[in-house]
Write a protein that binds this ligand. Sequence first.
Ligand SMILES: Cc1cc2nc3c(=O)[nH]c(=O)nc-3n(C[C@H](O)[C@H](O)[C@H](O)COP(=O)(O)OP(=O)(O)OC[C@H]3O[C@@H](n4cnc5c(N)ncnc54)[C@H](O)[C@@H]3O)c2cc1C
Length: 382
Amino acid sequence: MEAYTEIREAVAKLCAGFPGPYWRALDREMAYPTEFVTALTESGYLSVLVPEEYGGSGLPLSAAAAILEEVQRAGCNGGACHAQMYTMGTLLRHGSEAQKAAYLPAIAEGRLRLQAFGVTEPSSGTDTGSLKTTARREGDHYVVNGQKIWTSRAEHSDLMLLLARTTPRTEGTKRTDGLSVLLVDMREAIGNGLTIRPIRTMMNHATTEVFFDSLRVPAENLIGEEGNGFRYILSGMNAERILIAAECVGDAKWFIDRAKTYAADRSVFGRPIGANQGVQFPIAKAYANMRAAELMVREALSLYEAGTNPGAEANMAKMLAADASFEAANACIQTHGGFGFAEEYDIERKFRETRLYQVAPISTNLILAYLSEHVLGLPRSY
Ligand SMILES: Cc1cc2nc3c(=O)[nH]c(=O)nc-3n(C[C@H](O)[C@H](O)[C@H](O)COP(=O)(O)OP(=O)(O)OC[C@H]3O[C@@H](n4cnc5c(N)ncnc54)[C@H](O)[C@@H]3O)c2cc1C
């Protein structure tokens, strides 16, 4: 698999322009990193997965993984814009030619942001099949009513990929049947049936609640066939999991670098704290686990690029990498003693940011449930 050395170096250089003080100031205000996202967009990094015929660079998933890993490794936060890279995949795979021609070139240029993804709801959570937001066909429109939660970047996106129920659930049908994907143009919708309310969270993530009150969406914005939406969303989830896993590997590398540097520099009892095995070993263990997770990310990427949709490897990569990044975060904060908690070291901020990936976009328990059922053949537990 290609190493993308040049891309990695260029991303690292770009990220060096956005050091700790930039992120700290945003974190305090819970503000969006507009300048950082603009720089990534203008450099073309967010459109690497868009095929060349639509104006992107048509690179494989491993290029996107390399970019996001470097962003995190530099101490930046790709969570502000990573979805701009892969949300368009649903449109690319399942949209009509007319939809692709209408949206993908503008997405590739960065003129149009498609980085809001409305699936999770307050009462359904992980159980997507029980979501309650409805889209009822009325002539040449769908009328959408309901609510989404944790719709990240909705205030910083022009379009939202929305999963809603178009056919009521009935006995004997699969719970995920009857769901459809709509591309909602939020520029027209805000104030006309769409309301966005930010949620303050543990870390700066621009996440929101979204309310639909008889929002009219043109029927031509339906992606693929009505009723098959869950399948379309699922088909993009492995790519998302692999990319988030690459971000977690980048985070783990950042924490390990910081921890080993501090352990070598900080002197207590007249010698570096890193001379103590009690300080070394947690960092060394985090390093070994990061490397193992990195191998699983590579395995998932190579299977994905060979044309399979590797559910088991994508899920394992995401789980192992999220565990490795959080283990490294914990070792790093411990190595820094009290200073680990001081804002100016950036460690507490990155610690909060990387904790998210134990829960989103899929929680560890649900990954274990997937492996139990689909790999080990155990009974479905939910
Ligand atoms: C900051 C942030 C950003 C997000 N961004 C988006 C976004 O952009 N778009 C979007 O659609 N969603 C988004 N999410 C939602 C995220 O995907 C969900 O939070 C996640 O999937 C878990 O769903 P839930 O919060 O409803 O938890 P629940 O489903 O209520 O689960 C709660 C806990 O119970 C466990 N659990 C539930 N069922 C089982 C079971 N059967 N077996 C074992 N354990 C179980 C879960 O693992 C979890 O730990 C975001 C969430 C956060 C916090």
